[in-house]
Each structure stands twice: as structure tokens, then as C-alpha cells.
Design a protein around this ligand. Structure first.
Ligand SMILES: [Fe+2]
Ligand SMILES: [Fe+2]
Length: 347
């Protein structure tokens, strides 16, 4: 059995006070959003309780899908690296960037270079893993047991208006993804695609993955067994069509949030994988924060049966669908006013 945990969007606090010259850009609205709204939602105590709970399951691996920072300050990247190191060795912890981590254009050396060891991968089996040296080195692959974690970056600086929290993979990354997934499929590995943005085509353009159709077409052709994302701060279960069947797409809420609006409290998911390529069994346990950071409880447990490339009969799809706390409520909340942009600072 291979056990891994997925958490996302910790939005680590506290946020250092930016120098004035660091705010002559989109950081201004993001920092305002933090001061007025988000600092009241994201609590380090919840995150600490979550990490303690995760340790009690002794997972082989922990995957984190972005938004570790809030306004992409260099000091936030350093603090996030220390936080990542507190979770476990870099070989056992994988991170991908979120849109807040690319809130503004920032030099690699002062940003993602600090996390590079947690994104080290190797496209070829048996080759040593090397950390990425730039955004052009995505996606990366980390083989762990029967699992191949494929890390994408959908984090690119976006304008303040129109698409402030949107993401994009870009054609080069998607083309590399196609080759990687096909090769990993031939290796018979359980392919887990990690991406910050939810790849749902129906999302508001303000927070969407702008090349979601190209991403979906690539997965349909090359195959994958599971897609994990964050960004929406809500639980989410969807399916994407692929040649081998339907690929489960599962989102997790923020790892540090107390309940707000219609969003659930902090959650993470535990995955237990057994089986082989023609008969995978994936057990999923959603763990949810108790009030006052008093610990975590199991919100639900269900299983998915998969063959290589998609869901198989026997999956507990009813319980999986019940995981979703969003989409129905997320779509109408497309309020493109400036006030909404600042105050919600969406995801
Ligand atoms: Fe996000
Ligand atoms: Fe977020």
C-alpha cells in the first residue's frame, strides 16, 4: 500500500509588511485583500493541527498544490521553504506553484528556487532527480512506489482586472505533459497530476485555467489515473473523459481556513493506493478541522476502482460526488466588481 496526503492553499501567515516599492503592482490589491479579509480566515493554528494529524497517518508522501504565499514576497518564499522542511524531507514532499505565488513577476532566484528541492524530478526512470531551474522545466515527474507524481505550474502573473486569479499552462508545458503521461502509462505507474487551478471549463474566467480545453484534450489522449488541485478553497469531485475511461479530478479546500461564506473548514485528503495497473483500488479519506483547531475528524471515506487510464465499475461514485461542496455555488459568485476583486481576492 502506498499512502499519500494532499493539501493545498495554506496561505501561510503572517505576511511580512511589504516595502512601499514592493507594492507598486498587483501586490497592492492582494495585500489589501489580506489585511481586510484573508488574515481573518487563514490560521496558523489550524495548519499546525493539520500537520500533526497528517503525521499520525505516516504517509509515504505529501503533495501540496500551491498558494503557499499570499503576495509573492521573497520573504514569504523563504518562510514557505522552512514550512515545507517542517513537513518532511524534500524527497517525500512535493509542491507545485499557485497563482498567489506568481502574484507578480518575480525572479526565480528570489521565489521558486527556494522550493526547487521539493519539485526535483526526472523524466526518465532510473535517472537522478534534478530540481527545476526555471518555469521552462515544468512539468516534473517524481516516481514514488507505484505512483508517479506529475507536477505542473499553472501560476503566471495575471492582470488585476478581468482574469486576476486565472492560470495558464501554456502550449510547451502541455506538449511535454503529453509525452510524460504517455511514457509513464507505458511504465504502468499510477499517474497523479498535480495542478493548482481546477481544470473545469465552466468556471468563471476570473479564476479559471485558461487553457483547460487543451489540458483536457491532453489527458484524454495520454491518460492519467488522478488529477489533484486546489485554488477553489472548496471540496470538489469531477470526472474528465479519457480514452481509458473517466479520470477522477479531486479538489481540496484551503489547509488553513476556518469556515467562511459557504466554504468548509480546513480539510486535507488521505489516499491509500493498492493493486496493480489493471486493478487499482484507491481509498480516499477526507479529514476536516474541528472547531477551535481542536483536531481533525473524518468527514467521509470512499473508494475508487481504477484501471490504467480511468475509473472502473465498482467505484463509490455516490460518496465521491458528496465530497463536492462547490461548483453549484461557485459559478454564480462571478462578481466582477473592483470591490469584489479586492475583498474576495478569489482563491
Ligand atoms: Fe489560488
Ligand atoms: Fe488559494
Amino acid at each position: 500500500m502506498f499512502v499519500f496526503a494532499h493539501l493545498s492553499d495554506p496561505h501561510l501567515a503572517p505576511v511580512p509588511v511589504p516595502y512601499p516599492w514592493q507594492m507598486f503592482n498587483k501586490r497592492f490589491t492582494s495585500y489589501l485583500s489580506w489585511l481586510l479579509h484573508k488574515r481573518h480566515i487563514h490560521h496558523p493554528a489550524l495548519l499546525a493541527a493539520m500537520l500533526a494529524d497528517i503525521r499520525s497517518f505516516a504517509p509515504h508522501h505529501v503533495a501540496i498544490t500551491g498558494d503557499l504565499t499570499n503576495v509573492a514576497l521573497p520573504a514569504e518564499f523563504i518562510a514557505a521553504r522552512h514550512w515545507l522542511e517542517s513537513i518532511g524531507p524534500a524527497a517525500d514532499v512535493t509542491v507545485v506553484p499557485g497563482n498567489h505565488d506568481a502574484c507578480v513577476p518575480i525572479d526565480w532566484r528570489h521565489s521558486f528556487a527556494h522550493w526547487a528541492q521539493f519539485m526535483a524530478g526526472s523524466p526518465d526512470a532510473g535517472e537522478p532527480e534534478t530540481p527545476p531551474a526555471s518555469i521552462r522545466d515544468f512539468p516534473f515527474v517524481r516516481r514514488r512506489g507505484a505512483v508517479a507524481f506529475v507536477g505542473l505550474t499553472s501560476a503566471v502573473p495575471m492582470p488585476v482586472t478581468g482574469t486576476p486569479a486565472a492560470g495558464r499552462l501554456g502550449p510547451q508545458q502541455i506538449e511535454r505533459l503529453r509525452h510524460m503521461l504517455a511514457g509513464l502509462g507505458r511504465e504502468g505507474l499510477f499517474r497523479v497530476v498535480l495542478i493548482h487551478h481546477a481544470p473545469h471549463p465552466m468556471l468563471s474566467i476570473r479564476k479559471a485555467l485558461l487553457d483547460a480545453p487543451e489540458f483536457a484534450a491532453t489527458l484524454a489522449e495520454a491518460g492519467a489515473e488522478l488529477v489533484l488541485h486546489g485554488h477553489l478553497h472548496q471540496s470538489d469531485f469531477e470526472e474528465m473523459a479519457a480514452a481509458g475511461g473517466m479520470i477522477p479530478v479531486i479538489g481540496v479546500p484551503s489547509a488553513s481556513a476556518k469556515p467562511y461564506r459557504d466554504n468548509p473548514p480546513a480539510r486535507y485528503h488521505v489516499y491509500r493506493l493498492t493493486g496493480r495497473p489493471d486493478r487499482w483500488r484507491l481509498e480516499i479519506e477526507a479529514r476536516e478541522a474541528l472547531p477551535k483547531a481542536a483536531g481533525f475528524r473524518t468527514e467521509r471515506k470512499f473508494h475508487l476502482d481504477l484501471r490504467q487510464g480511468g475509473l472502473a465499475p465498482g467505484s463509490d461514485l455516490k460518496a465521491a460526488a458528496g465530497l463536492a461542496t462547490m461548483l453549484a455555488s461557485a459559478a454564480p459568485r462571478d462578481l466582477p466588481s473592483a470591490a469584489e476583486t479586492v475583498l474576495s481576492g478569489a482563491t
